[in-house]
Design a protein around this ligand. Structure first.
Ligand SMILES: *[C@@H]1O[C@H](CO)[C@@H](O)[C@H](O)[C@H]1NC(C)=O
Ligand SMILES: *[C@@H]1O[C@H](CO)[C@@H](O)[C@H](O)[C@H]1NC(C)=O
Ligand SMILES: *[C@@H]1O[C@H](CO)[C@@H](O)[C@H](O)[C@H]1NC(C)=O
Ligand SMILES: *[C@@H]1O[C@H](CO)[C@@H](O)[C@H](O)[C@H]1NC(C)=O
Ligand SMILES: *[C@@H]1O[C@H](CO)[C@@H](O)[C@H](O)[C@H]1NC(C)=O
Ligand SMILES: *[C@@H]1O[C@H](CO)[C@@H](O)[C@H](O)[C@H]1NC(C)=O
Ligand SMILES: *[C@@H]1O[C@H](CO)[C@@H](O)[C@H](O)[C@H]1NC(C)=O
Ligand SMILES: *[C@@H]1O[C@H](CO)[C@@H](O)[C@H](O)[C@H]1NC(C)=O
Ligand SMILES: *[C@@H]1O[C@H](CO)[C@@H](O)[C@H](O)[C@H]1NC(C)=O
Ligand SMILES: *[C@@H]1O[C@H](CO)[C@@H](O)[C@H](O)[C@H]1NC(C)=O
Ligand SMILES: *[C@@H]1O[C@H](CO)[C@@H](O)[C@H](O)[C@H]1NC(C)=O
Length: 867
């Protein structure tokens, strides 16, 4: 009795408080008042396929629907970012938002990461005038940016990044006077940057990176005095940086890397820009000296001007930076290292011409390779350094050694020494080449192909000073080839490959062929013998049929292959149906899977049936040739080498001709099978996502994209993968499982640790039985099975996959890639990991080692940014 009496008032009070609270919240959120808007919401709900979990039909939208924001009983904001669609909505996803204009007070529409395959409707610009925020990032949108968007003059933020928009940036954007953020990065926009963007005086964030914009930088952009972030990297912009850019006085991040910009930087460029924190100009063709003020911008965090043509001395001043990153590698800086470097914590000076002693820079992470420095390893030769300094009219310090010639060295003598040094270098290189050729013949003799149809032709090469390739295929005369290609007419040029120019041709008798013209004056001399050597040993159905050669001319060598009617994967993935019709036709899933299996067969043959294992080293979509039945015939065989065999890269380093090669292939780490597996993983991902060009690149943009994409591949959640699947791919529920499986295989191939990538033969097995991956392993007993000791391909795949599921990495294209920062100003919310299991990794580790042992000298490529 007592208890009840004391409890009752308390309960009453509680109820009262609760009531009051609910009253309050209801007062705060007035219910939706307009039936027309309710009808419009229902329309949107069904046209987009939004689930009742988010938008429960019986409840009031203003108070209970996720992402619906109301003001005074009207819908003011809609945020369906990242929503999942109903089953029906998923089956036929469309950019169908016809109800939007019915919300007269709509100020914000956020559909980022919500799949809207289709074009931005033209009426957006006419009928959504109240919009202030429009966020359509990562929606799979195609087509052009409608010029009518220029009518949305209330817009303050416009995000269209990470879609497949093409065409140009409408000049009508000059009317968006209230804009503070414009982000159209990662699309396929071409054409010029509209001058009118310079009129958007309130603009703070401008990101046009990752498109195909061309032309020069408009000086008008320099009028953007409020601009904080400017990201124009990864385009085809050319010409100089206009001196007007000195007007960007609020700028904190200037990202102009990976374009075709050139010329010297204006001297006074940085005279007003004092807030700078990040400057990335890498991978352009800038020349001349660096404006002195840039070195001493006080708040600098990252300065990356690598891979340009800057030539300058470092100023001998201290700097105020703390822990900044400096990358000036691959330029032509010279002279002594100075005090300036003391302000930086991570410095890459490699591939310049610095001389003299290395100052004490305790606590600094320093890369110095390929300079002219004293007491350092991996430096340039005396000859290179001497002639570089001689060209500048300077005396090279000869690595601190006294010069051998007389003490009174006048300039003439020095130039003479330079020239002689150069000659010596030539002689040395010649000898080195000879030596390596001889060695190579030795090693190719050992490189017998044990299995496969080639074993019969593994005859030893005839002795003599020159290697005789005349018995491989037919010998054609130069005259025949001239006739076949209409004298190597430009109209027959297919492309400039990195190992030679490819021409289409028709031989006598009407046989269509592809002819590779290798000009030895611009292509490494060992390229074509490598390929001939390959064809002399290997004839397997998965490689491009080799017909013959023409080696008559001293400077030009020709290799002749059978013509592949469907060219290569890079050009077949999407194709215009006809020349007048603009609709794209993409390869259907059955063909994509067939191509993946075919390519895996070829690589598996190289890795597992040749002895020693051969590494392709150039696996990418354009190396996967397709015959008339879309059967894979691998091409691009000029980089093939035996696993662990790096003398090729040693030659090229000697000849200093890496520029002519694809980035990254000169790295010795590429001469192992795991590198091929990694590249193949990118090809698989390209097949799944339709992201063209992925497998051909290894740059920061690709890395960023991978970091965003891989978390969508989860072995426990099939639906996640739908967010990354190529929008042009039409797949039903059953095929989706195969797509999912291929994505999982891709992810395991992309394991940052080479030793944990599955061997090619397991990759092949997995692709041949895709449903086994998802159906067997997706059950509750999966973990048991994968850790069992039966060592199946399935286990190998998942052993490696589980490790990789929590981390993402990319093989750095070169040491320069250690410095990041080219990324846009998007927040890097990338480290998310789904479904990874961190515990028990020790047993997995042991397990995966057992399944695919690797040579112990293979260096693991670790995540480099571990902070
Ligand atoms: C939007 O409003 C118009 C009339 O103003 C109406 O005809 C149309 O059906 C509405 N659309 C939706 C999806 O509610
Ligand atoms: C909401 O309505 C009230 C009264 O009708 C008005 O005072 C207020 O300004 C309105 N608020 C908005 C955001 O329209
Ligand atoms: C948009 O909706 C998503 C998913 O409901 C939510 O996580 C996010 O915080 C919302 N964003 C904004 C800006 O309201
Ligand atoms: C849209 O929603 C996403 C997800 O919540 C959020 O990250 C983003 O900032 C929103 N966009 C805008 C412009 O607020
Ligand atoms: C911008 O917003 C204001 C107030 O919401 C509105 O009156 C005006 O019509 C809008 N501008 C356009 C171009 O629709
Ligand atoms: C919207 O923009 C288009 C193209 O820029 C223009 O032709 C049209 O007149 C504009 N419409 C309105 C209502 O402002
Ligand atoms: C747009 O800018 C004008 C003038 O600067 C201002 O009056 C108006 O309020 C702004 N509109 C919005 C939606 O911010
Ligand atoms: C843009 O891409 C579409 C296919 O998505 C194509 O039909 C159209 O021709 C392209 N437009 C331009 C201007 O490139
Ligand atoms: C760098 O400059 C040299 C001459 O100074 C020129 O030969 C070379 O082509 C330039 N390289 C680039 C990438 O612009
Ligand atoms: C460091 O900064 C202070 C004030 O910010 C300035 O006076 C000084 O000259 C700077 N030193 C150098 C070496 O730039
Ligand atoms: C580098 O320092 C040495 C010794 O101080 C000096 O002789 C040489 O001229 C300097 N090099 C240049 C290019 O200034």
């Amino acid at each position: 009795m007592k208890k009840r009496r004391s409890g009752a008032p308390l309960l009453f009070l509680l109820l009262l408080v609760l009531l009051l609270f609910s009253e309050l919240t209801i007062q705060q959120q007035q219910p939706l008042s307009s039936p027309a808007e309710f009808a419009a919401l229902l329309g949107l709900r069904s046209s987009l396929g939004i689930r009742s979990r988010e938008w429960p039909i019986k409840a009031d939208p203003c108070s209970s629907w996720q992402g619906v924001k109301c003001e005074n009983g009207s819908v003011a904001g809609i945020n369906i970012s990242g929503f999942r669609r109903t089953r029906v909505g998923r089956e036929n996803p469309q950019f169908s938002v016809d109800a939007l204009p019915n919300f007269t007070l709509l100020t914000s529409f956020n559909a980022s990461s919500f799949f809207l395959p289709g074009q931005i409707p033209n009426w957006f610009g006419q009928r959504l005038g109240s919009l202030q925020v429009l966020d359509l990032r990562s929606c799979g949108i195609i087509g052009i940016v409608p010029p009518s968007l220029g009518n949305l003059t209330n817009l303050t933020s416009l995000y269209l990044a990470d879609n497949r928009l093409n065409g140009s940036i409408p000049s009508s954007f000059a009317s968006l006077k209230n804009l503070s953020t414009l982000d159209i990065s990662s699309n396929s926009l071409s054409g010029l940057i509209p001058l009118g963007i310079g009129n958007l005086s309130g603009l703070q964030h401008l990101n046009l990176s990752g498109n195909k914009l061309s032309g020069s930088l408009p000086g008008q952009l320099g009028d953007l005095g409020n601009l904080v972030n400017l990201d124009l990297s990864f385009n085809d912009l050319s010409g100089p940086v206009p001196s007007n850019f000195r007007g960007l006085r609020s700028l904190q991040r200037m990202l102009l890397g990976n374009n075709l910009l050139s010329g010297p930087l204006p001297d006074d460029l940085f005279s007003n820009i004092s807030q700078l924190q990040v400057v990335v100009l890498r991978n352009n063709s800038f020349s001349g000296s660096v404006p002195g003020l840039l070195w001493s911008v006080p708040g600098l965090v990252l300065l990356d001007i690598s891979s340009n043509n800057f030539t300058d001395l470092l100023p001998d001043t201290g700097s105020n930076h703390t822990a900044a990153v400096l990358n000036i590698s691959q330029n032509m800086f010279y002279g002594n290292l100075t005090q300036l470097l003391k302000g930086f914590s991570l410095i890459d000076l490699s591939e310049n011409y610095f001389e003299g002693k290395i100052p004490d820079l305790a606590g600094t992470n320093l890369s110095l390779g390929n300079n002219c420095l004293q007491n350092a390893s991996d430096q340039r030769t005396v000859g290179e350094c001497t002639s570089f300094y001689a060209e500048k009219g300077l005396v090279f310090d000869n690595f601190g050694q006294p010069p051998e010639t007389g003490k009174k060295s006048n300039r003439k003598l020095i130039i003479l020494v330079g020239v002689l040094g150069g000659l010596g270098l030539v002689a040395f290189l010649f000898l080195a080449l000879l030596f390596i050729c001889i060695r190579k013949r030795g090693s190719t003799n050992q490189r017998a192909v044990v299995a496969g149809p080639a074993s019969a032709s593994g005859t030893p090469l005839p002795s003599g000073t020159s290697v005789d390739f005349s018995n491989i295929g037919d010998a054609y005369t130069y005259q025949q080839l001239l006739q076949a290609t209409n004298e190597f007419n430009d109209s027959n040029l297919i492309k400039h490959g990195h190992s030679g120019d490819l021409f289409r041709g028709i031989l006598d008798g009407g046989i269509p062929v592809v002819i590779k013209k290798v000009d030895l004056r611009s292509i490494r001399k060992e390229v074509y013998p490598v390929e001939l050597d390959f064809f002399s040993k290997v004839s397997h159905g998965r490689f491009v049929p080799f017909l013959g050669h023409c080696l008559e001319s001293e400077n030009e060598k020709f290799l002749v292959y059978k013509y592949m009617p469907n060219e290569d994967l890079a050009s077949s993935l999407f194709r215009k149906t006809s020349s007048e019709d603009d609709t794209l036709q993409s390869l259907d899933w059955i063909k994509r899977l067939k191509i993946a299996v075919g390519a895996a067969e070829g690589l598996s043959y190289l890795h597992h049936e040749c002895l020693p294992p051969l590494v392709h080293r150039d696996v990418q979509a354009s190396s996967i040739l397709l015959d008339d039945k879309y059967e894979v015939r691998l091409g691009s065989l000029s980089e093939v080498s035996a696993q662990g065999d790096t003398h090729q890269s040693r030659i090229s380093r000697l000849l200093r001709l890496q520029q002519s090669m694809e980035q990254g292939t000169s790295d010795s780490s590429t001469a192992n099978c795991a590198y091929d597996v990694y590249c193949f993983g990118k090809v698989l991902l390209e097949l799944v996502t339709g992201k063209l060009g992925l497998s051909a690149s290894s740059d920061a943009e690709m890395k960023e994209w991978l970091e965003k994409t891989l978390p969508h591949i989860n072995i426990y959640d099939k639906e996640l993968v739908t967010k990354i699947v190529d929008p042009l791919l039409i797949v039903d529920e059953d095929l989706l499982e195969e797509v999912w499986a291929m994505a999982i295989v891709a992810r395991s191939c992309l394991n940052p640790k080479p030793s944990r990538r599955p061997p090619m033969r397991y990759v092949l097995k997995a692709l041949e039985n895709p449903l086994k991956i998802v159906r067997e392993d997706n059950t509750g007993s999966a973990r048991l099975r994968t850790t069992s000791s039966r060592g199946s391909w399935n286990a190998a795949l998942f052993g490696s996959w589980r490790h990789s599921s929590s981390d993402v990495a990319v093989i750095p294209a070169s040491s320069a890639a250690k410095v990041e920062g080219t990324s846009s100003f998007k927040q890097s919310a990338t480290t998310g990991s789904q479904g990874s299991n961190h515990n028990g990794s020790s047993s997995h580790r042991r397990h995966s080692k057992e399944i695919f042992p690797e040579p112990s000298d293979v260096q693991d490529v670790e995540r480099h940014d571990q902070e």
